[in-house]
Design a protein. Structure first.
Length: 344
């Protein structure tokens, strides 16, 4: 599949989302690509309920609330999202001519690229039991892409965070059996969700264990059982029947394919021109935690500033012979029209 747009933004975290806004003010369209199944990046995936206190004019909001507000803010610009897609290659074909390709075969042709990938691509933390990787994507899953795929199965869910508990609650009524295993007594999910899980446990609909995965049994290359060492005085060993094993141990950041795209890298981050936030490859920009420069601060606030600078530079790249004047949303009829608001 091949599509075209003005700018491809790699990463749909808060900084990637706000880049849509800054580009939109200049009349520039954008597509966003993210390996996660939803917008919000690390904020939404790792700490959706964690409070954030340093967003201007918002005394307190959670990672998910910030994501929701940004999504609302960029609605006038109709961004196109491509979730569950990992970028495998960025190719420069000529001045203002790029091809961005994903592992699933999507190709987006564009005039500029903005990398807003945070600390890099997030890959799931995997189970450390030798030989289990052979079941990945058949019986061992690190993300739920098709919930119906797990209906009617004997499910074992590993983890105690929001993703693990939320999917346990969502799949409890559809599973043949469901066992949730957390390493410790402390769950990292929202208290209300944990309370619901414990209610299901008391009703006998879900089994909740505290322990660690140690071993598995397979027959004819089919995973049949998994063994846990429980956190009790006797370190009891317990075998559990399993059709599908869903693992939510969190995500590990890696720079990933970015290293192969020909840009200058320093300390596992992309160097940029501070006046434009362009990388060493003309037409490719980097904003947020993925870039580095003297005095760099890895703050969402800093990323928002970088968004504005990069958007201005991209407009200048697209219209090199045009003198660009700074306009303000409070007074500019053009900007207000793009936002769909009136100054009346």
């Amino acid at each position: 599949m091949t599509v075209s747009t003005d700018v491809v933004i790699i990463g749909a975290g808060p900084v990637g989302l706000f880049q849509v806004f800054e580009l939109g003010l200049h009349g520039i369209n954008a597509h966003l690509i993210d390996a996660l199944p939803h917008a919000g990046g690390q904020c939404a995936e790792l700490y959706p309920d964690k409070p954030i206190y340093d967003i201007p004019a918002i005394p307190i909001c959670t990672g998910q609330e910030l994501t929701d507000r940004l999504l609302k803010q960029i609605e006038p610009f109709d961004p196109v999202f491509h979730f569950n897609q990992a970028v495998s290659d960025v190719k420069k074909n000529g001045d203002s001519d790029f091809s961005v390709t994903t592992e699933d075969g999507l190709q987006i042709n564009c005039r500029a690229v903005v990398i807003a990938a945070g600390a890099g691509s997030f890959t799931p933390v995997k189970v450390r039991v030798e030989g289990m990787d052979r079941f990945e994507n058949t019986q061992l899953f690190y993300r739920v892409r098709k919930p119906e795929q797990h209906h009617g199965k004997h499910l074992v869910i590993l983890g105690g965070g929001d993703s693990a508990i939320d999917w346990a609650l969502a799949l409890a009524d559809q599973a043949a059996s469901l066992t949730v295993v957390n390493r410790t007594e402390k769950f990292r999910a929202a208290k209300a969700s944990v309370d619901k899980l414990m209610d299901l446990s008391e009703q006998g609909k879900v089994s909740v264990l505290l322990g660690a995965l140690k071993e598995y049994k397979a027959e004819d290359d089919t995973l049949k059982q998994v063994k846990f060492v429980l956190r009790d005085e006797n370190k009891t060993e317990k075998w559990v029947d399993v059709d599908h094993l869903l693992v939510f141990f969190g995500l590990s950041p890696k720079l990933g394919p970015v290293e192969n795209w020909g840009m200058q890298i320093e300390k596992k981050a992309l160097t940029v021109d501070l006046s434009t936030f362009e990388t060493s490859v003309p037409g490719i920009y980097a904003v947020g935690d993925i870039n580095t420069y003297k005095g760099k601060k890895k703050l969402i606030l800093s990323g928002f500033h970088e968004n504005a600078m990069a958007a201005h530079a991209i407009l200048q790249q697209f219209e090199p012979d045009t003198k660009i004047h700074t306009q303000y949303t409070t007074t500019s009829p053009k900007l207000q029209a793009r936002l769909g608001v009136s100054s009346d």
